[in-house]
Design a protein around this ligand. Structure first.
Ligand SMILES: [Zn+2]
Length: 172
């Protein structure tokens, strides 16, 4: 049974069945919020390679993703990421609604990276986000190459205004 706080964060993340927020941990001293996700027993997933829906989980690995800040708190997602047994592709990572395969950032966080890099140098973005600039550069190049439709800089523009060089604010 989800607590009201868990279901609030599940809605904020746009999670859909079988995913839910199992546990929420606030650490005020560390300014950190950890959201532990899980999925319902018997839940099915889309194959991460061909997108075929309703594949059963074969096994899982706990993975971690950095997400957008929640006020001054750094936010991290943790979840048992499934591999599925896809009839066409074999055993492959399942598609996750919040992140690209192999990324350690959520899709909204990658959109923030791309948007920041559009407005400031990678070094400045690196300082603002507390992430290494080569890591940020990889994300920016990847999205430039694939023109990923999931990332729309206009949609995150209101977020970026908080972090522009003129705003004098910082994510840290
Ligand atoms: Zn497949």
């Amino acid at each position: 049974m989800e607590s009201p706080l868990s279901s609030l964060f599940a809605r904020a993340l746009g999670l859909e069945s079988p995913w839910y927020v199992d546990r929420v941990e606030f650490d005020d001293e560390a300014s950190r919020l950890d959201l532990h996700l899980d999925f319902m027993v018997g839940g099915t997933f889309a194959c991460g390679v061909c997108g075929r829906p309703e594949c059963k989980a074969y096994d899982t690995t706990i993975r971690h993703w950095r997400h957008l800040h929640f006020f001054e708190h750094e936010v991290f997602l943790h979840a048992p990421a499934p591999r599925t047994r896809c009839p066409s592709c074999g055993i492959r990572r399942a598609a996750l609604p919040w992140a690209r395969s192999r990324s350690r950032f959520t899709v909204p966080f990658e959109a923030l990276i791309v948007g920041l890099a559009d407005r400031m140098s990678l070094r400045e973005a690196s300082r603002a986000l507390g992430e290494h600039d080569t890591r940020l550069g990889r994300i920016v190049r990847l999205h430039a190459e694939t023109a990923n439709a999931a990332v729309n800089v206009d949609e995150v523009a209101p977020l970026l205004d908080r972090f522009g060089p003129a705003s004098g604010s910082s994510l840290l």
